[in-house]
Design a binder for this molecule. Structure first.
Ligand SMILES: C[S@@+](CC[C@H](N)C(=O)[O-])C[C@H]1O[C@@H](n2cnc3c(N)ncnc32)[C@H](O)[C@@H]1O
Length: 226
């Protein structure tokens, strides 16, 4: 059996252990030993980035906010979907995750953080949203946690609640799209998105291209002005 190599670990603000490992050429991030994501199952993260940018065609200098860098798949998909004049802000809570991307993950998705379109901010995306202010983004692509029921950080719950959705909505332009990754469908969250005024599409997504069935959900929430 091929060994699993622990490459690095750090503590989250909640005191959980976040670790990066490599097994048989694949990389994975775990939280307290549970899989958060890995390079083998990255199709839904790529799809999130692509679908998040679907409505940007023809827009000059679009601005996209990504919440959560992880292994960089969503960022790669966003960069492949937008032109040279786009600006992509990535908010990543954990300094170690940014370092791991630079130190260990170049051969996974390339030198994404050196792309001149990218600005990486080591902070909670909640703070980024507050700092960017109203109508700052054409798209917001959020994959910071398991979904509305958090695993990485308990305070992430606030972004999926009524006031968090209000903050996300305020940060979007009138034609903007909010794209959110979730491990499971969540009816109450869907109701909150609709009550916040978004036009909602619920997209079942596969973890890898040949998977028999979808294993997670993408929420595409469009501003009503779109
Ligand atoms: C599931 S991973 C994202 C995976 C990513 N979509 C990809 O393609 O690899 C979640 C990431 O969000 C980060 N994160 C968690 N809470 C956050 C927050 N409140 N603000 C910013 N980043 C956060 C985690 O440290 C982790 O890197």
């Amino acid at each position: 059996m091929k060994p699993t190599q622990q490459l690095a670990e750090t503590k989250t603000p909640d005191g959980a252990t976040l670790s990066l490992s490599r097994h048989d050429g694949e990389y994975g991030i775990r939280i307290n030993g549970m899989n958060l994501m890995n390079t083998r199952n990255s199709a839904s993260e790529l799809e999130l980035g692509e679908r998040g940018c679907e409505r940007l065609a023809g827009l000059a200098e679009p601005r996209i906010l990504i919440g959560g860098l992880g292994l960089g798949f969503t960022l790669r998909a966003v960069l492949e979907s937008v032109g040279p004049d786009a600006r992509v802000i990535v908010a990543e809570l954990m300094p170690a995750v940014i370092e791991w991307n630079r130190r260990f993950l170049e051969n996974v998705n390339g030198r994404l953080l050196e792309d001149p379109r990218v600005e990486v901010r080591c902070e909670d995306v909640f703070a980024t949203l507050a700092a960017l202010g109203a109508e700052a983004c054409d798209a917001i692509v959020l994959d910071i946690d398991n979904g509305p029921t958090p695993m990485v950080q308990q305070t992430n719950r606030r972004l999926y609640g009524r006031s968090g959705l209000g903050l996300l909505k305020d940060a979007l332009k009138a034609t903007g799209r909010l794209a959110i990754w979730s491990a499971a469908r969540d009816g109450a969250f869907e109701n909150r998105l609709e009550r916040a005024g978004f036009r909602l599409q619920v997209v079942p997504a596969k973890a890898y291209p040949g998977a028999k069935r979808p294993s997670c959900t993408l929420y595409l929430a469009d501003m009503a002005g779109a």
